[in-house]
Design a protein around this ligand. Structure first.
Ligand SMILES: Cc1cc2nc3c(=O)[nH]c(=O)nc-3n(C[C@H](O)[C@H](O)[C@H](O)COP(=O)(O)OP(=O)(O)OC[C@H]3O[C@@H](n4cnc5c(N)ncnc54)[C@H](O)[C@@H]3O)c2cc1C
Length: 347
């Protein structure tokens, strides 16, 4: 009789979890991916507002590492990803001039960022709307799988290995009963918040191609990013996505939603121009970006069968700046899967 195949459960179908899953499945392993969302993507998220498609989480990504470059080239060849621009507007104020190339392509999902996770999920056993409530560990020596994943409807799934890619505060609550000595510093990781406003317009915005303003080019430090989704190429109808700064988002977090929308509209008016706003939608990201990164690309427990990964983990390479972004999440998910494969934890 052949030995039972080992099963890996991955919690989170964002960039990190889907990357891990693809690698393990390509190596012939049984993998189940669970996500509480209605569709995969996590902080890669696209919504419809009237006739507009609007990315309201990650807006684009850049490529620094060879590993990510190879993956991005494959996505481009498949028609999943394309270059948006090679640089954003260098000037703020009334003359919102076109982007100046700075050598770094900014990539986007074709038709919206969610195209990427949807393509990555093809062929995976992905189970959405599955909110994991708890992860328990069976005592050493007990038969069957080591881990028990408890879903919030009370059902359970056994796993020999688990990769958890949810943001760290969510991961901490999942592991409360597991009795795992996770380093304090990981649990103490705090996250920036981001409040965003999706704005449908009845005409063109005041932005010019390529359609985004960021950093010091924004006229107000209360803003972090403004992007015209039609100029970006993902929407046929004109619309804007506005992300407030982390500081502004923290200050306004508990304010009345209508007052928050009004304040964000006020901040957005220079970019709205002479068009009318036809509809808005507020989006609050409580766990937008980790404030500190764990230096290594993942953390693994002493049984070598529970791995924590995601954008809160660094590159592990001295000299490579660690930034919590899509590339970092990809590299973390990849490193987590390769660790399980190399460590022989998978049979
Ligand atoms: C507003 C905003 C703007 C950004 N802009 C950019 C950008 O322009 N460029 C860039 O590169 N990066 C950007 N980022 C960062 C980027 O989106 C993240 O670094 C990346 O998406 C993180 O991927 P991840 O897989 O680590 O986590 P996530 O994408 O957060 O995935 C984690 C998944 O876990 C799931 N989950 C959590 N808890 C549970 C549970 N209990 N049970 C089941 N599932 C669970 C979630 O639903 C989620 O799908 C931005 C992020 C935000 C919020």
């Amino acid at each position: 009789m052949s030995p039972a195949r080992s099963r890996t459960v991955i919690i989170g179908a964002g960039m990190a979890g889907l990357t891990s899953a693809q690698i393990l499945v390509a190596a012939g392993h049984e993998v189940i991916v669970l996500d509480k969302g209605r569709s995969p993507g996590g902080r890669m998220a696209t919504r419809r507002l009237r006739g507009s498609r609007i990315d309201h989480g990650a807006q684009f990504f850049t490529v620094r590492s060879e590993a990510f470059a190879a993956q991005v080239d494959a996505w481009v060849a498949q028609g999943v990803v394309e270059v948006w621009t090679n640089g954003f507007s260098p000037a703020s104020g009334p003359e919102l001039t076109p982007g100046t190339p700075d050598g770094y392509p900014r990539y986007i999902g074709v038709g919206g960022m969610t195209t990427i996770p949807k393509a990555m999920a093809l062929g995976l056993d992905l189970r959405c709307e599955q909110m994991v409530f708890n992860i328990r560990q069976h005592p050493p020596g007990s038969t069957g799988e080591r881990w028990e994943i408890v879903i919030d409807d009370g059902t359970t799934i056994g796993a020999d290995q688990v990769i958890v890619t949810s943001p760290l505060p969510q991961t901490a609550s999942l592991l409360m009963e597991a009795g795992i000595p996770v380093p304090e510093a990981l649990w103490r990781t705090d996250y920036h918040r981001t409040i965003g406003l999706l704005i449908a317009l009845d005409g063109p915005s005041a932005l010019h191609a390529p359609g985004a303003v960021t950093g010091p080019d924004l006229y107000s430090t209360d803003l972090n990013f403004v992007a015209d989704q039609r100029l970006k190429g993902i929407s046929t109808d004109p619309s804007l996505l506005v992300h407030a700064s982390h500081e502004w988002s923290l200050r306004w977090w508990d304010e009345d939603p209508d007052a928050t929308v009004d304040a964000l509209i006020e901040l957005s008016l220079p970019y709205v121009g002479s068009s009318q706003i036809s509809e808005t939608q507020l989006k609050k990201w409580r766990l937008a970006a980790p404030k500190q990164l764990w230096p290594e690309p993942f953390w693994v427990d002493e049984t070598a069968s529970l791995v924590l990964a995601g954008d809160a983990f660094g590159s592990g390479e001295p000299g490579r700046p660690a930034v919590p972004n899509l590339e970092g999440a990809f590299l973390s998910g990849r490193a987590a899967a390769e660790h399980l494969l190399a460590g022989g934890a998978l049979s």
